[in-house]
Ligand binder design. Sequence first.
Ligand code: ZN
Length: 265
Amino acid sequence: MNISNDLESNSSEEMDSWISQYCSIFGHDYFVEVAPEFIEDDFNLTGLSSVVPFYREALDVILDLEPEVPIKVSNVPLVEHAAQLLYGLIHARFILTKQGYHLMAEKYEQKVFGTCPRYYCEGMRLIPIGRYDQTGIETVRLYCPCCNDIYLPSSSRYLNIDGAFFGTSFAGLFIKMFPEIERQCQQRLNKQYELKLFGFRINERAASGPRMKWLRQVPRTKEEIEEFDKCEFELPQDDYREDTERDEHDGSESVMSIAQEEEEQ
Ligand SMILES: [Zn+2]
């Protein structure tokens, strides 16, 4: 696979294809080069013709094909723009394939997408993400798998890249495909800054208190993991039965007490 990749990149460099040119533009280093075979398969482009104007022409531009009908000079900028849009949408699909996310993994390893600015994330690498799969809504954001938050790219040169060119699903798939990322997160997860006043911890209910602490708490011991699994995937049976039984017996009382409370108010 590596050999074929090398051959591809070499040949594309020699030909200076539209794809490699586009990806080497300043500020386009988040993009990987989509394999031409992926674009040539119509199945992978399903539905895109209704979203992208000048679809045929744009596709020819991306694949460096001569258009069947010459493009009007006045339409050339529109077709170029459409080609960029189409490439972005194809890119969002390509990075969900094995070849695609492996190419993205190389960039991730090289910290192309940057690292998390949160101190306790200890330089965790970021993953590009779009909050929407539709284009034109929001530019690309960066997701930190450790603090589960998103950030703006540190440089303004990435602020005109559409988030839909990476999509909502990529980050989730990427983390699942590379368990090493989850392991790295586990090492960092429990560290959280706690504000103190003259050495005393601030009450959680105070405005400056450490709220939402539970967000970064993960089960660690065997018992905690079991408890976590139970409350996530099933109702705690014993408690549930007790509650329902109590409701059956005391149903009238509880209704009464609610009515009384309402009256008192
Ligand atoms: Zn983080």
